[in-house]
Design a protein around this ligand. Structure first.
Ligand code: SF4
Length: 197
């Protein structure tokens, strides 16, 4: 019989739950019902693989959501757990990753770009297009004004030291490679990611 690693762990988890409940005095019928509560909770949910956003370990997670987006429903994430098929964490999550559902539903979660304009005392939302145009404009102006092509000895150095880039650490190797190429291609010297903040 073929069984996936995740399927095996689910079956094992149900077995352990049933055994534990039986040892606590539940009868076989009650234990069987209790052991099936978790699978029922996740029945008819959509599984979406993702990456924990917190640190550079970049653990794989599975988001379970209710609501059919294709029918116009709003997807509601009801459960998050480690992805046992992910090579980095094999299904485990640290306390931060295990609390991801609260992060997702937090009323203070940042969901779109915000800007605090000169002289203002508050942030206001802007569209992604507005944010990217504004960032590109400021970067171009600053690079034109401060880019250092050569040092005092006339040697090529191609440095841009007046702007820094803070990238995401929870990305794939390929994304990190592309991000690094963009930063270094522009001559940015100050480059880091949020895992070290
Ligand atoms: S689950 Fe913990 S260790 Fe894994 S990426 Fe998230 S914060 Fe880092």
């Amino acid at each position: 019989m073929q069984i996936s690693r995740r399927g095996l762990l689910k079956a094992a988890g149900a077995g352990v739950a049933a055994t534990s409940l039986a040892s606590m005095g539940f009868g076989e019928a009650e234990a069987a019902v209790a052991a099936h509560v978790r699978p029922l909770k996740l029945a008819n949910t959509t599984e979406t693989r993702n990456t924990c956003p917190y640190c550079s370990v970049a653990c794989g997670v599975i988001l379970y959501s209710k609501g059919d987006v294709r029918k116009g429903d709003k997807a509601e994430i009801i459960h998050v757990e480690g992805d046992v098929d992910h090579p980095t964490n094999l299904g485990t999550l640290c306390p931060k990753g295990a609390a991801l559902k609260d992060f997702i539903h937090a009323p203070t979660r940042l969901k779109q770009p915000m800007v605090r304009r000169p002289g203002s005392d508050r942030f206001e939302p802007v569209s992604w297009d507005q944010a990217l145009d504004r960032i590109a404009r400021l970067m171009k102006d600053d690079r034109d004004a401060n880019f250092l092509g050569q040092n005092e000895a006339g040697l090529p150095v191609n440095r841009w030291t007046t702007v820094g880039m803070l990238a995401a650490s929870a990305t794939t190797n390929e994304t990190a490679w592309c991000t690094f190429k963009v930063a270094k291609g522009l001559g940015i010297v100050g480059f880091d990611n949020q895992a070290r903040v």
